[in-house]
Design a protein. Structure first.
Length: 336
């Protein structure tokens, strides 16, 4: 059996024992999850245009009279042409982009929110690829999630037992690193989360996006604007000061959410999320591919492909899954 050996640069660690920068967090989780670095190879596809040419029939001089046999031949020719053209009518046609959806932004948001309200407890296994300036890092995660803010992640290595555990429940985050013999516990803040998972989001927002839903925004201080953009219906959620908060792209044929942009206080784009390849499970629509794009100085791209996501009602028994007890013989690190 061939054993893959690898090494990653060590993360800068402060004296308090945990990583604080997103880049260091990425290196930290990859190191603990036994992930090797590979090069990203991009491929291009070329499409060759094709055209269909037809030549109209040459008609005879209309001034010339026709005998009975000629008229019979002409009648048969007309029958042939009608049959031929009728067969051509079955060729597939290219869809024409729709520009008038007759849908208000309130109706669009209400439709996707009602559909997402059926998503209670999610169990999934995802193939994850993290792309940064330093390289491409694949890993496999087991994901348990329920709204509003309960999450459990377990890294699944190629060989051996899971070597990274993260749980968030009732506002408390717990992280167990078996290879280091460390157990971290503290409040589930954005800074604590990004120390172990390479994304800067509040826990409720991350849980919603992983479940294929839009993060909730209070509608009391917002303005909704709807418009057509290509073949999609776009909904912009603005503040009272006319600053963008969220932009959503919705497929009007099935009201699936296909893209979401998140903005900062000054209108700068913080995050773009794409939702693709929807599947159905127990009357619940779920994208099987979710891709996070984070621009800026720490630009990165995180894509998840679910091998299978299932939904079920949340019970007291399943709720206990989100707890991560302290193992024996490990060092406890308190997060602030």
């Amino acid at each position: 059996m061939t054993v893959l050996r690898y090494s990653l640069p060590k993360a800068e660690v402060n004296n308090d024992g945990f990583v604080k920068s997103p880049d260091a967090a990425l290196r930290r989780i990859l190191r603990h999850c036994s992930v090797r670095q590979v090069r990203l190879i991009s491929q291009g596809l070329r499409a060759l245009p094709a055209k269909l040419f037809t030549k109209p029939p040459i008609m005879a001089n209309p001034s010339v009279g026709y005998c009975l046999p000629c008229r019979a031949s002409l009648f048969l020719l007309l029958i042939f042409l009608v049959s031929f053209l009728g067969g051509c009518a079955h060729d597939p046609l290219q869809p024409v982009p729709v520009t008038d959806y007759r849908l208000s932004p309130e109706e669009a948001l209400r439709a996707i929110d009602i559909r997402d309200s059926r998503k209670n407890f999610m169990k999934a296994v995802a193939q994850v690829i993290v792309n940064t300036e330093e390289g491409r890092y694949p890993l496999k995660l087991a994901i348990l999630a329920t709204k509003p803010a309960s999450l459990r992640l377990e890294a699944i290595p190629i060989i051996g037992l899971p070597n990274f555990f993260l749980s968030i429940h009732n506002g408390i985050m717990k992280v167990y690193l078996p290879q280091n013999g460390e157990y971290h516990v503290g409040p589930a803040t954005i800074n604590n989360l990004k120390s172990f998972f390479p994304i800067e989001l509040a826990v409720p927002d991350l849980v919603a996006l992983l479940m294929g839903c839009r993060p909730a925004i209070s509608s009391e201080q917002t303005i909704l604007k709807g418009s057509a953009e290509g073949k999609f219906y776009r909904v912009d959620i603005m503040s009272r000061e006319n600053h963008p908060l969220q932009s959503l792209w919705i497929d009007p044929t099935n009201l699936y959410l296909t893209r979401l942009d998140r903005f900062g206080k000054n209108g700068e784009k913080l995050l773009t999320v794409y939702f693709d390849e929807y599947l159905q499970d127990n009357d619940v629509s779920m994208p099987s591919r979710i891709r996070f794009q984070m621009p800026g100085r720490d630009e990165r791209d995180i894509s998840l492909r679910y091998d299978g996501a299932t939904f079920a009602p949340l019970t007291n028994e399943t709720e206990r899954i989100f707890d991560l007890p302290v193992p024996e013989g490990v060092r406890t690190v308190i997060l602030e």
